[in-house]
Ligand binder design. Structure first.
Ligand code: GUN
Length: 287
């Protein structure tokens, strides 16, 4: 058996197209241009790549992009002041503070200083609480992208056994909430889970979000299961620098029913969902 490939790159292109249409209508009919502000503290190379890509795609969909680059030794007070300024700026509908922040900054404090209505990452405790109680919230972009691909592939997810590997606030926990919201039976597995291979073998849906290259081999996957690989890991192989996921694609794609590749799976969907969340925030702000 060879798995169907879930093409996140193509799916993301259709999401961006919808966003572009929506933005054009907001401009024409309401005279409003959605704006996304991204704050980057420090020089982390991976974060710089993400931020550049976010800015480029924001502009490509017709929105305004505002970038704030701050030194690695920026004080908490200075960063809070920038967030406050953006909270009060009516041209800014979405605010994203790129994580991780340098160690001297309190990430929770900074994230919770963002106006929840502009929190396009969905990381503010208000949005986390709203999502957990099934109320209208901003939904974290990576899990939202995964859910969209799963719904597109399966239609209804009701009654399916889903195993989320990883318990981060950014992916694992919100992913579990979203799957629960779609009536899956959800298990969150992590580094202390007993007999992880057996737990994963019980899954109709596996979402791997641990950040460990090719940790999930094909013999953990139930035949015909759907595998969503959130991992983006750089490794050296055969003298080359390569991007791989948390799933061993080679072996897993021989047993799974469907699988997302790395690259070209979850990654492109994350930014597409960020753009969609910015439009959502703009629409909610303007009634
Ligand atoms: N760092 C890695 N992923 C993310 C994300 O989705 N949002 C933010 N703000 N930082 C990140």
């Amino acid at each position: 058996m060879t798995a169907n490939i879930i093409d996140g790159k193509a799916f993301a292109a259709t999401v961006r197209e919808k966003v572009t249409g929506h933005v054009a209508r907001l401009k024409e009919e309401n005279g409003i241009t959605p704006g996304l502000a991204v704050v980057l503290v420090g020089e982390d190379p991976a974060s710089q790549v993400y931020v550049r890509s976010k800015g480029k795609q924001t502009v490509e969909t017709g929105m305004n992009s505002y970038e704030y680059k701050m030194d690695a030794d920026t004080s908490e007070a200075d960063l809070l002041a920038v967030v406050e300024k953006l909270n009060n700026d009516p041209e800014v509908h979405g605010i994203l503070v790129q994580l991780p922040l340098p160690g001297h900054l309190n990430e929770d404090l900074i994230i919770n200083s963002i106006d929840p209505a502009k929190d396009v990452d969905g990381f503010h405790i208000s949005n986390v609480g709203l999502l957990g109680t099934g109320q209208k919230s901003m939904v974290p972009c990576t899990p939202l992208g995964c859910l969209m691909m799963l719904r597109d592939y399966h239609g209804s997810l009701s009654g399916m056994n889903a195993v989320v590997i990883g318990r981060s606030n950014i992916v694992g926990k919100p992913m579990a909430q979203l799957l629960l919201g779609d009536s899956c039976t959800v298990t969150i597995a992590h580094s202390r889970t007993k007999d992880l291979p057996e737990v994963v073998r019980g899954a109709d849906i596996v979402v791997a979000a641990v950040g460990r290259p090719e940790m999930v081999p094909g013999d953990w996957i139930r035949e015909g299961a759907t595998v969503i690989d959130v991992g983006i890991n750089r490794i050296e192989r055969d003298g080359k620098n390569k991007l791989v996921g948390d799933v061993d694609f080679e072996s897993a794609s021989k047993v799974a029913g469907a699988i997302t590749p790395v690259p070209g799976g979850v990654g492109p969907m994350t930014i597409a969902c960020l753009l969609a969340n910015t439009v959502t925030a703009c629409c909610r702000a303007n009634g």
